[in-house]
Design a protein around this ligand. Structure first.
Ligand SMILES: C[S@@+](CC[C@H](N)C(=O)[O-])C[C@H]1O[C@@H](n2cnc3c(N)ncnc32)[C@H](O)[C@@H]1O
Length: 370
């Protein structure tokens, strides 16, 4: 394919948030473009049926374009959608979820799906960020690369975190560190991050307002369903269980997480009121001596272990599942298995936890067929 710049009309957005154009039956992905753009682009990576290109010049702007707020947006890999109006971001996320559920999950509309829940804050919503630090200063990484993008602010982080970010001094020696800056105990703490991306502070949902929505939604289930016991298999620091226990102290609540930092924190908050176990989710479920009425599943992006789903397809299984997902593709894959014999989707709510990025959170309620 031609290495010289050429004109391309962008007709849609890919899952990654890249604009998509087509030429001679080939799909071309162009970051930082949006539907309706006519762009001059240059091919960066050429494959048989698709290619990645860079925006050289915008010839005509699509109607959904807006000015990104962040001065680093063009190069930084953190956000993908700042150049698109927030209302269009929400529409695109909804459409993308539906397409993913159909293509990967084989699940066809109509779903019992409600309108996407917009984030009250479209910028400055993050209560924690992870940054790299070296002898030049704090930086994020460029999109799909290890190229540093040096920054002294981040427009999706809270103002307090930005104050702290601006004070980070370059390291004296030419070595590297990864740090987490997080709102904690009324201030901002700085924590180390291991090579796997785990902070010494453990896990916490990043958008407080949207987290509150997920908590309220989960709590509302207890008003209509007959639930006496809850097992939360990816419980983190007990984000859902502390609230459930506060409202219904007589319920049997058990939480499981495989990160010791999370379990320690969960225990220190609950002071023995809730049982928290340090364990792999699958291993715990395989050995559990009882079947909870409600099973909460909030796995990492890779979704559920296939063996865990297999176990949930057996005859004796929880009546209710709440599956909270941060990755539509693995949610669709897992829902395909869960709805094959055992469960029906009762409610599906897309929740925009991560404005300006291509990521989406989904709250899903399933009920056993038996
Ligand atoms: C998306 S977070 C959800 C945490 C919690 N529900 C919350 O809202 O804060 C996923 C959690 O799963 C835990 N985790 C990852 N893999 C696991 C596994 N195989 N077994 C148990 N927990 C796991 C992580 O430590 C993390 O706390």
């Amino acid at each position: 394919m031609n290495e010289k710049p050429f004109e391309l009309f962008i007709d849609s957005l890919a899952n990654s948030g890249d604009g998509v154009g087509r030429i001679n039956n080939k799909v071309i992905f162009v970051p930082r473009t949006c539907p309706g753009d006519l762009a001059l682009v240059r091919i960066k990576k050429d494959k048989k049926t698709y290619a990645f290109a860079a925006l050289v010049e915008l010839i005509q702007q699509g109607p959904e374009r807006t000015a990104p707020l962040c001065p680093y947006y063009e190069n930084c890999g953190g956000c993908q959608l700042q150049h698109i109006h927030y209302s269009s971001q929400l529409q695109w996320k909804t459409k993308n979820l539906l397409t993913t559920l159909e293509k990967i999950g084989g699940l066809t509309a109509p779903f019992p799906m409600t309108e996407i829940v917009a984030s009250p804050k479209q910028y400055h919503y993050r209560n924690r960020i992870q940054v790299h630090l070296d002898s030049i200063g704090p930086h994020f990484m460029a999109r799909a690369s290890h190229k540093p993008v040096y920054v002294n602010s981040c427009h999706i982080a809270s103002p307090q975190i930005n104050e702290s970010l601006a004070t980070l001094k370059p390291l004296r020696r030419p070595k590297k560190q990864k740090l987490e800056l997080a709102l904690h105990d009324g201030g901002v703490g700085i924590y180390s991050v291991d090579p796997m991306g785990h902070s010494e502070l453990g896990f916490r949902q990043v958008n407080e307002e949207q987290n509150q929505f997920l908590i309220d939604k989960t709590l509302s289930l207890f008003k209509s369903a007959n639930i006496h016991s809850v097992l939360d298999l990816y419980c983190g620091q007990g984000n859902w269980l502390h609230h459930i226990h506060k409202h219904w102290p007589d319920l049997q609540c058990v939480g499981v997480d495989n990160n010791p930092v999370n379990i320690e924190k969960a225990n220190s908050i609950s002071k023995g009121q809730i049982r928290f176990h340090l364990s792999d989710a699958m291993e715990f479920l395989a050995q559990a001596q009882y079947i909870p009425d409600l099973l909460i599943l909030d796995p990492p992006r890779k979704g559920l272990d296939p063996q865990l789903i297999e176990q949930l397809s057996q005859n004796s299984r929880p009546q209710w599942l709440v599956y909270i997902s941060c990755q539509p593709a693995t949610l669709a894959r897992d829902l395909k298995q869960l709805t094959h014999h055992a469960y029906q989707i009762r409610e599906l709510i897309p929740v925009d936890m991560f404005p300006q990025t291509a990521h989406l959170e989904t709250w899903c309620l399933l009920q056993s067929n038996s």
